[in-house]
Design a protein around this ligand. Structure first.
Ligand SMILES: [Zn+2]
Length: 214
């Protein structure tokens, strides 16, 4: 894992971070979810944001750009607040996509503002030759916000909108990449929980019916 701490301090231990949105923008939205019917936020401070980003850099296809831009990122409260605000905008946007409703303008403006700070550049690398990548004019925060915004833009433009779904168990959003395109839950864990709840309700109904002699 690439250490991202700018002060040379060891990175904080990575928390349990579910990256199950199949898209970086949805992964950010999913850092806030329902756990045992209570809202849980995995980004409660700057250290947790940094730990989450370290996981993103390693496990996500966007990790290469994330690593490239991370050098100038200022890991501070304003960045943390900006990421959380962006998370709200992305939840609004992709909830609209999942429910087939028009995209809310304020959230789209917020996404466009982040994208406006990014610009494509060509670079030469010894092993790859000329490659196309991105830079950002917002050095302090863009290194985090731009890779997320590009992932959101890609999903909005190239993704099949009917495959963007909200998990009925945890309010998580995910992009269904299954062959059948019929995935209902974000994870097997959520599927198991929802099914055991359905089983419990069905058993309860059967017992009540039996007690009533119907
Ligand atoms: Zn879920």
């Amino acid at each position: 894992m690439m250490p991202l701490s700018t002060q040379g301090e060891p990175s904080p231990p990575a928390p349990f971070v579910p990256l199950r949105g199949n898209n970086l923008a949805l992964d950010l939205v999913n850092t806030e979810h329902l756990h045992r019917r209570k809202s849980r936020d995995l980004l409660q401070d700057v250290a947790q944001l940094q730990a989450w980003w370290n996981v993103v850099c390693v496990e996500r296809p966007e990790g290469e750009l994330a690593r490239e831009l991370a050098g100038s990122v200022q890991w501070n409260e304003p960045l943390w607040e900006q990421v959380r605000e962006f998370r709200w905008a992305l939840r609004d946007l992709f909830t609209a996509v999942a429910t087939g409703t028009p995209l809310p303008s304020p959230a789209l403006i917020q996404l466009n503002n982040v994208l406006a700070n990014g610009y494509p550049v060509l670079q030469w690398r010894p092993e790859q030759g000329v490659i196309s990548t991105y830079q950002t004019r917002d050095e302090a925060q863009g290194g985090i916000l731009l890779p997320i915004a590009l992932a959101a833009a890609r999903l909005l433009q190239e993704g099949e909108h009917t495959r963007v779904r909200a998990c009925p168990n945890c309010i998580g959003l995910f992009y269904d990449t299954s062959k059948s395109g019929t995935r209902k839950w974000c994870s097997e864990r959520c599927m198991g929980r929802a099914r055991s709840r359905e089983y419990y309700q069905a058993t309860k109904r059967a017992h009540l019916a039996e007690a009533r002699g119907t």
